[in-house]
Write a protein that binds this ligand. Structure first.
Ligand code: PEP
Length: 256
């Protein structure tokens, strides 16, 4: 047992229009009324953030963006600042998702700049890391994960301090959107490695408090098993977060 509250987070990626976003939020809100002990978060596309915020009302649903830029303002066509996300109602921001890293050339150095800018704005970062299939098959999983941690959290390392509210998401690239889930044992092994790294780099209290989510084809039928592992503190869900009848059972995994 630990004191970390499980978080179930939905990354909607580039899906759902304004009405669909508001309707999905309302459907989730209705189903989780009175539910305690789980933090629920949704990350709609930028344009849906205000509509989602309004639909959340006073429901216990947290709002995140899927990305941001590190500069506060200026001539950065197409980018969005942390301040803009705060104004849109966000408390969290997903950074360094594998799709950002692989499709848009985001390096760990860039993720680190974003993490720093997010913290300055009071946004809680959900920092994604994870190895490719090639790296796993070459036996380089821990090496890659460590490299991404060292690079993406450099500003925390320089400060010798990592805010315990920081959220990490271990998302093996080979399990994202593929239907292939890491086994609970495979996921736990990496989550444990990450927690040990936090303890070595910072301290045990921080390592005990930081939440590490698992992401990669989480579905209602595998959520409970994954969540039962000591170092898995929740899930970052892609595909299955787009439908209330899939996402809600993941949130209520304890009932299955
Ligand atoms: C994700 O994109 O963060 C993700 C885990 O996607 P999926 O659940 O669809 O594998």
């Amino acid at each position: 047992m630990n004191d970390r509250t499980v978080m179930i987070a939905g990354n909607w990626k580039m899906n759902l229009n304004l009405d669909e976003s508001a309707n999905l939020v309302k459907a989730i809100a209705e189903e989780i009324q009175g539910l305690d002990g789980v933090d629920v978060l949704v990350a709609p596309p930028f344009t849906s953030l205000p509509a989602a915020k309004q639909a959340i009302g006073d429901a216990r649903i947290l709002l995140a963006a899927q990305n941001m830029y590190w500069e506060p303002d200026g001539a950065y066509t197409g980018e969005i600042s942390g301040q803009m996300l705060v104004e849109a109602g966000c408390s969290h921001v997903i950074l360094g998702h594998s799709e950002r890293r692989s499709l848009f050339g985001e390096s760990s150095e860039m993720v680190d700049l974003k993490v720093k800018a997010a913290m300055l704005m009071g946004l809680i970062p959900i920092i994604c890391i994870g190895e490719t299939l090639e790296a796993r098959e070459a036996g380089r999983t821990f090496e890659v994960v460590k490299e991404q941690l060292e690079g993406s959290l450099k500003n925390f390392i320089d400060e010798h301090s990592m805010p315990p509210s920081t959220i990490l998401a271990y998302e093996p690239v080979w399990a994202i959107g593929t239907g292939k889930t890491a086994t609970p044992e495979q996921a736990q092994e990496v989550h444990h490695f990450i927690r040990q790294w936090i303890e070595e780099r910072f301290d045990k209290d921080t390592a005990d408090l930081v939440r590490i989510l698992y992401g990669g084809s989480v579905k209602p039928d595998n959520a409970k098993d994954l969540m039962s592992r000591q170092d898995i503190d929740g899930a970052l869900v892609g595909g299955a977060s787009l439908k209330a009848d899939l996402f809600v059972p993941i949130i209520k995994y304890q009932e299955s």
